[in-house]
Write a new protein. Sequence first.
Length: 317
Amino acid sequence: MAGFFVSYLNIHNLITLKTKNMGPNILVIGCGDIGYPLAAKLSEGYIGQVYVTRQDVSKGFGELVNICTCGYDNKAFVKLVDTVILAVRPSQIEGVLKEIGPLLKDKLLISIAACKKIEFIKNIVGNEVRIVRAMPNIAVAVRQSMTLISFEQKMSDSDREIVEYLFSRVGKIGIIHEEKMNEGTIFTGSMPAIIVYLYKLHGEYPPFEIPKEAVQYYDLVRKILKEIILEHGFEKQIFSQVHMGLFKLMRVHKKSFDGVIHDVATPGGCTEAILKGMKEDQGFGVMITDSFNDYEKLFKDMIHYAINIGIQRLENM
């Protein structure tokens, strides 16, 4: 099966407003580590209107109030838009869908909630809603996300163009079958935290002051992660885009390794499960203090095992 899914994974270049005259009105429901920067970047120079809602009325919208129309009434805002992006946690999605479901007829719904399948969503909102799943990562904040997208089978070309256009505005995209989305979630959404956690095992060094032995270790980590992604049937360009976006984000927003992990590893999620698996495996510490290149295969097996824990977490959520 390795490599089977490579044939239909399609990495797209950034599409700009100059080449696409498209601008459906959009509602982003959710204002967390993905929803907030996604709404912010989509609204910049955008032809249509971008609305944003959040559930917690005790929290505000920060700088979004200057560039988006913000509020707390999901139903009122759904009525105003053509496309809804659901950027809430998996534990919240059912409640939100039941709230807005009757208003979604003939609208395009894009869910970026991990592990919740199109069939699950349709069972709540009905078959008349056009549904897409997407998995961006935190690099949307610097327009360098790697977003994987899964369309339902009968999606029209115009809907596909809208979805591809929107997420191409915040990085690069790949199209995959939904059955691969749990793995894709790990390799795009979780991967920034996995990378920095593994790097941090050797040490967190100031830019341009990384010692030679750390450079060798970082190279080994990248090599192993690329191999794992390929073995799961995804293109290695996915890792390259995630890595580039991660370090642009860290440079522009001055994020530490711990800051990245905090933003990505939500409580009870797949990333948290992966990192916990690594922390509990004492072999990781041995690898770093010893000659890690001598244990490359074992090191890879340990990383792969932790990643599989995350995939299993998604399948059980």
